[in-house]
Design a binder for this molecule. Structure first.
Ligand code: FAD
Length: 597
């Protein structure tokens, strides 16, 4: 007889009859809902320390900014609705303060006193707490974190009358908060201890984000630490390591998060740097205890680094899969290690990333090549075309995709999601050529930016294209001595700034001026550059076929400027005397965008 499908098979006899879940938001509530769908008989108790369950943490900044108008919109579910629809026993203001694995009991502080609850299965989804920097006077009523609905309500109330704000920490929450405060016309300073905003972004992308924040009116201070907060009458003062002081009606601490696991680690749940260690099914070191979400640590699928990933998607998915492991052991899918796919809106820009970034690859000692492209998000001739500043890190040996990042005004989410899917599916960069992506002029290109990345990657892998990098110009004298920099942009373009000492020959004239290049190289390799990397790749192919040792600048001047950041002005100079023969018309869109790799 054919066995019944899993969905109709009886649950195993040892299926837990009481499931207790700690934490009633992303991971915890996903787990509860799935467990109920699999097992209508189990008692499912959700214990939540706070006032709300199943609230939209990710929407909190937008409530502070006023885009989400009503607080109720953040409350996706209520205990009452969860009881009615899913028969869940959801208890708010229930703080789990102890765990005894021997008796399988949790100790809970409730509004009516301390109680103990037994479990057959226990799922820990306590999330993380906002890490606070060790600064004096952080207890000022103007200093706040943003993690809960009450936090957001308080911040919005203060923001309604605030004229100035300081946000400490330029991670995702700090940047989102600075953006919405600036949107409320509050004079906002974003202070970041590290060298750039959004640390997971590679620096060339982060620089674009800083520029957009500045355009919104946010004063971005990187490489700067807050030293102390001085509580004042009318406003507080934040003293910074650059010697300046900022008056602030509102101070938001967004200096990172810490797994909220103290109770469970003390009870013997194995932790690594404060985060709960689990196996591929979310099982902890204690029998019948699972853990998911921000409180757990996972292994980076590319670099092997151990790190918590504090993102909603992995927490929600893990909650569901852990419910499967509890109710249908043996058939549950293993939890994949999260790739860290993330996205953030910053004014008119979107920044997104998936997989490993440059720093993580360097730290892990992984050899990578980076591809930079700046294609339009949709057909250049269709109104509203905008460049997607896209980069991929790949394995130069076999084209495995380690990670991808993008910044742009439109189409960034689609490309990063396609690339996240490709990475998850184990595709290599040249496989991207074959992706059959939806196209019509308002939506994409016949060769989508992701296809173009595949073409460029395939060219790099097989040696058709050799890249050089903006980072090589950190020591421009070294580059100029060891090679000839050849700028193939038009004269009008180089008038906006070029690498000093570079030879300028527009790419359309190159075939007829190869002798000139040969004379200038004096045996050195040629390092070609243009605006975005398209024309220099053409020039590179001409040179390579003519026998030159040549390479094309990855991402061209756009990536060079973004890499140099605020220092671009020091290096790039307008040519003193552009020769008349080098005068040429501006590039057409065709030159820059229709040519592929
Ligand atoms: P949480 O959803 O934080 O839930 C943990 C719950 O457990 C909390 O409500 C807490 O009160 C409760 N709890 C803790 N300890 C106990 C205890 N001992 N007893 C009882 N209850 C306890 N992620 C994204 O992917 N995209 C975004 O845009 C995004 N934006 C964000 C914006 C903000 C302002 C914040 C704060 C987070 C954002 N995140 C975002 C992160 C995302 O919300 C988290 O990764 C996700 O909620 C983690 O789920 P979790 O179940 O592990 O923890």
């Amino acid at each position: 007889m054919t066995p019944p499908p899993e969905s109709r098979a009886p649950l195993p006899p040892d299926t837990p009859s009481r499931l207790v879940i700690v934490g009633g938001v992303a991971g915890g509530m996903s787990c509860a809902a799935r467990a109920r769908r699999l097992n209508d008989n189990a008692e499912i108790i959700v214990l939540e320390r706070g006032e709300h369950v199943s609230f939209a943490n990710c929407g909190l900044p937008y409530y502070v900014g006023g885009e989400i108008e009503h607080r109720e919109a953040l409350l996706v579910q209520t205990p009452q609705r969860l009881e009615e629809s899913l028969n869940l026993d959801v208890r708010t203001h229930h703080d789990v303060t102890g765990l005894d694995p021997e008796s399988r009991t949790v100790t809970v502080e409730t509004p009516d006193g301390t109680i103990e609850i037994n479990y057959d299965a226990l799922v820990l989804s306590p999330g993380a707490t906002a890490a606070t920097p060790p600064l004096p006077e952080l207890d000022s009523p103007r200093v706040h974190t943003l993690r809960t609905v009450p936090d957001a309500v308080t911040l919005r109330e203060i923001a309604e009358d605030a004229r100035s704000a300081v946000v400490l920490g330029a991670g995702f929450i700090g940047v989102e908060t600075a953006e919405v405060l600036a949107h409320r016309a509050i004079t906002t300073t974003l202070v970041e201890y590290g060298p750039q905003v959004l640390p997971p972004l590679d620096s060339e992308h982060a620089w674009l984000v800083s520029g957009e924040l500045r355009r919104l009116g946010v004063d971005v201070r990187t490489d700067t630490a807050a030293l102390r907060v001085l509580a004042g009458e009318g406003s507080d003062t934040v003293e910074l390591s650059d010697g300046s002081s900022l008056d602030a009606d509102l101070i938001v601490l967004a200096t990172g998060v810490r797994p909220d696991t103290g109770v469970f680690e003390a009870a013997g749940v194995a932790c690594e740097r404060g985060a709960i260690v689990t196996d591929e099914h979310g099982r902890t070191s204690l029998p019948q205890v699972w853990a998911v979400g921000d409180a757990t640590i996972s292994t980076d699928p590319v670099t092997g680094a151990r790190r918590p990933v504090a993102l909603a998607g992995p927490a929600n998915r893990a909650g569901r899969q852990v419910a499967d492991d509890i109710m249908r052991p043996g058939t549950a899918r293993a939890l994949p290690s999260p790739a860290g796919t993330a996205i953030v809106r910053v004014g008119a820009l979107t920044a997104a990333m998936t997989g490993a970034n440059r720093r993580a690859l360097i730290d892990a000692g992984i050899d990578a090549r980076t591809l930079h492209l700046h294609p339009n998000q949709h057909a250049g001739y269709f109104p509203g075309a905008e460049q997607v500043h896209l980069s991929l890190h790949i394995d130069p040996a076999d084209g495995r995709i380690f990670g991808a990042q993008a910044v742009g005004a439109d189409g960034v989410d689609k490309r990063i999601d396609v690339l996240a899917t490709a990475i998850r599916a184990g595709l290599h960069v040249d496989d991207l050529i074959d992706l059959d992506l939806a196209y019509a002029p308002p939506y994409g290109q016949a060769k989508d930016p992701v296809n173009l990345a595949g073409m460029l990657g395939a060219n790099v892998l097989d040696g058709t294209v050799t890249l050089w990098y903006a980072d090589d110009l950190v020591d421009p004298d070294e580059v100029r001595q060891s090679s000839l920099v050849l700028d193939v942009r038009t004269a009008d373009e180089i008038a906006t700034g070029m690498v000093p000492g570079a030879l300028h020959i527009p790419h359309t004239e190159l075939r007829g001026r190869l002798d000139e290049v040969r004379d200038e190289t004096a045996g050195r390799p040629v390092r070609v550059m243009c605006a975005s990397g398209v024309r220099s790749a053409l020039a590179h192919r001409i040179l390579a076929q003519a026998g030159f040792d040549s390479a094309t600048l990855s991402g061209g001047m756009l990536t060079l400027r973004a890499t140099l950041g605020d220092k671009a002005g020091e290096l790039l100079q307008a040519p003193a005397d552009p020769t008349p023969r080098n005068r040429y018309t501006a590039p057409s869109r065709k030159d820059e965008h229709h040519d592929d790799h």
